[in-house]
Design a protein around this ligand. Structure first.
Ligand code: C2O
Ligand code: CU
Length: 639
């Protein structure tokens, strides 16, 4: 049948003395079985991914079903009779499938949701291709003139096929599991229920009014900072500091010149839900070339920030963030020098800086009153470890946390002030008669092995620098016993309309088309964690329990937590109002708030990698629905 230099048989390379086995060939049985098993595992993965592809782009779904069927047929035929012609066909077909995959990942395909655009390499396609590549190798070996096949007993054959069996089982299991749990095509966190009246989040906008109007334009685009391509608002990282006065009507137009859709979220501000800037929850991400306008009244004075809430892990880390400062009603800042210090990752993540530089210098004269508004925009390592700024050279007070004043704060000596990502602390002091003041900020950004700490510093004034000390030995500031107690209606409440435990955990699981480490609320990764359901007016208490080995700054949108207790012990100092509570391993925190701002709001860990790995959920007001969805088809990725 073929041009092979073995005259003895018509089917291959069998020595004449040995009759062909049942399969009709003399090829290495374990190799044939291995090739068939690997092909079957690849087929299983193709069947597993077919349904989700059918929903997004039907041609691909049909293709994967057909490919799976052909592979099943091929595996069966191989086991039945591994003829040379079949092996040649198997090798050619498998090579073609691998070639298609390579093309789709490098130049893109003409038949695709977005033609001629490379697709990202995912877990399932990688697993299937790996299986196919090994089977292709086996097919090629089998096509080549075989060595004299050894006669082997069943057990020997089984043992020799075992590695391929294990590999096929493992990759097949992971690939099928991942294929069956794709990122949802479109997930709506609060769909409108037919026949039931509801308010759409899109209608929850600021009421008309004649407050003083402050308008800004933030143009998001790609630019180069210090030789590195970044995504920036108005060409700078951080974006421009926006300063307004309490009571102002703020109108910000976001213009998108990025290659990807984007949004702006106003972190910590209590504003109408439609202005919250969460892609897939309160709006669709703004496509490239379009613009979107946000409008709200700045109702709280204090230190806030803004950042993208579309693919935040990708977009904030590229540079899309800035400070948002609201002056008290008088329109005056209490201190002569009022600086916002946005701390963020530099150089692609392995260094930190303040307002764009690792060593900033700010003007201040002896006797000046100073407020430093420290904003933590640093993406930490996977352990979520907080930033720990330390102020050296002057006694100071922590006047506010997350923009909310503390009651009669006492002066502090140098301490490490733990700030989870997104959290803020306002430090207030009077410049000493001689000598400079230094803020040393220590963090452990994600790209460093073994969580090596890096520092940035800000120096104020010109005198001699404060004596440098080992800041890692300093005590940690404790917000539960700082300042003076004061009446607080929520802090003293004894009855709560909604009381809920939020368990912080995680572990390996199939999610978003991959097998990954997930971070979870109550054991469930987003978007499937059941929402917290509230009614307008409810007093809500959350009991947050951290059973994971990581630190989690748990952040709520549109509301402010009153901290009730840590590890069951009520606060002994000033009432504390924050939009994020830093929950360290093995801690519990109790927080409460009034549900007084209807909408669909996010509650998530602000370690962006944790949120992206599933630690995100929503708080849904009764009677409110959203027309927006998150997921593959919508293109909205809020975390
Ligand atoms: Cu800084 Cu969900 O936000
Ligand atoms: Cu976290």
């Amino acid at each position: 049948m073929s041009a092979v230099a073995t005259p003895n048989t018509g089917v291959g390379f069998e020595p004449a003395t040995r009759p062909p086995k049942a399969s009709g060939d003399g090829r290495s049985r374990p190799q044939v079985i291995s090739g068939a098993l690997l092909t079957l595992a690849a087929a299983a993965i193709h069947f597993a991914v077919a349904p989700s592809h059918l929903g997004v782009y039907a041609i691909h779904g049909v293709f994967f079903i057909c490919l799976g069927l052909v592979q099943v047929g091929l595996a069966g035929a191989l086991l039945f009779a591994a003829r040379r012609s079949l092996l040649v066909g198997a090798a050619a077909g498998t090579a073609a499938v691998i070639g298609l995959w390579l093309a789709s990942r490098t130049v893109g395909m003409p038949l695709a949701p977005v033609p001629w655009t490379p697709e990202p390499i995912g877990f399932t396609d990688f697993a299937a291709t790996l299986l196919e590549a090994i089977s292709l190798l086996l097919f090629l070996l089998l096509i080549r003139a075989p060595r004299r096949p050894r006669r082997r007993g069943r057990i020997r054959v089984a043992l020799s096929s075992a590695p391929a069996f294990l590999l096929a089982a493992l990759l097949g299991f992971l690939g099928v599991g991942a294929g069956l749990t794709p990122m949802p095509a479109a997930f709506n966190a609060a769909p409108e229920i037919p026949g039931q009246a509801s308010t759409s989040v899109a209608s929850l906008v600021a009421a008309a009014g004649n407050e003083p109007l402050k308008t800004f334009t933030l143009t998001a685009g790609v630019t180069t900072v210090a030789g590195k391509a970044v995504w920036a608002y108005n060409g700078t990282v951080p974006g421009p500091e926006l300063r307004v006065t309490k009571g102002d009507r703020v109108r910000v137009t976001l213009v998108n010149h990025l290659p990807k859709p984007t949004t702006i979220h106003w972190h910590g501000l209590r504003l109408p839900n439609a202005e919250d800037g969460v892609a897939g929850l309160t709006q669709n991400a703004v496509p490239p070339g379009s613009s979107f306008s946000y409008e709200f009244v700045a109702s709280d004075a204090g230190t806030f920030w803004y950042h993208s809430h579309q693919d935040p892990l990708g977009q904030i880390t590229r540079g899309l963030f800035g400070a948002f400062i609201v002056a008290p009603e008088a329109g005056r800042f209490a201190e002569l020098r009022d600086y916002s210090l946005l701390v963020h990752n530099l150089k692609g993540g392995d260094a930190i800086g303040v307002n764009g530089t690792p060593n900033a210098h700010l003007a201040a004269n002896a006797g000046d009153t100073v407020r430093l508004r420290v904003i933590n925009g640093v993406l930490p390592g996977l352990d979520g470890a907080p930033l720990t700024p330390v102020l050296l050279g002057v006694p100071y007070k922590i006047a506010a946390l997350d923009g909310h004043d503390l009651n009669t704060a006492q002066e502090l000596l140098p301490q490490r002030i733990p700030l989870g990502m997104g959290q803020r602390a306002d430090l207030v002091f009077t410049m000493p008669a001689d000598g400079a003041v230094t803020l040393v900020v220590t963090g452990t950004p994600p790209l460093l092995p073994f969580s090596r700490a890096v520092t940035a510093s800000v120096t104020l004034g010109t005198g001699s620098l404060p004596r440098s000390i080992d800041v890692s030995r300093l005590p940690r500031f404790d917000l539960t016993s700082y300042g003076t107690p004061a009446p607080d209606p929520i802090g003293e409440a004894t009855h709560f309309d909604v009381s809920q435990t939020v368990l912080l955990g995680g572990g390996p699981a199939f999610r978003n088309g991959s097998f990954d480490f997930t971070d979870t609320f109550n054991g469930v990764a987003s978007p499937f964690a059941p929402p917290i359901r509230v009614r307008e007016g409810d007093l809500v208490r959350l009991h947050i329990v951290n059973s994971s080995p990581k630190s989690h700054p748990i952040h709520i949108h549109g509301h402010v937590f009153t901290i009730l207790a840590r590890n069951g012990r009520p606060l002994t100092g000033s009432p504390v109002h924050v939009d994020a509570v830093l929950v360290s391993p093995n801690e519990t925190w109790d927080v409460a708030f009034r549900a007084d701002n209807p909408g669909i709001w996010m509650l998530h860990c602000h370690v962006l990698g944790h949120a992206a790995a599933g630690m995100s959920m929503t708080m849904n007001y009764e009677g409110v629905s959203t027309p927006f969805s998150m997921g593959l088809l919508s293109g909205n990725i809020p975390e």
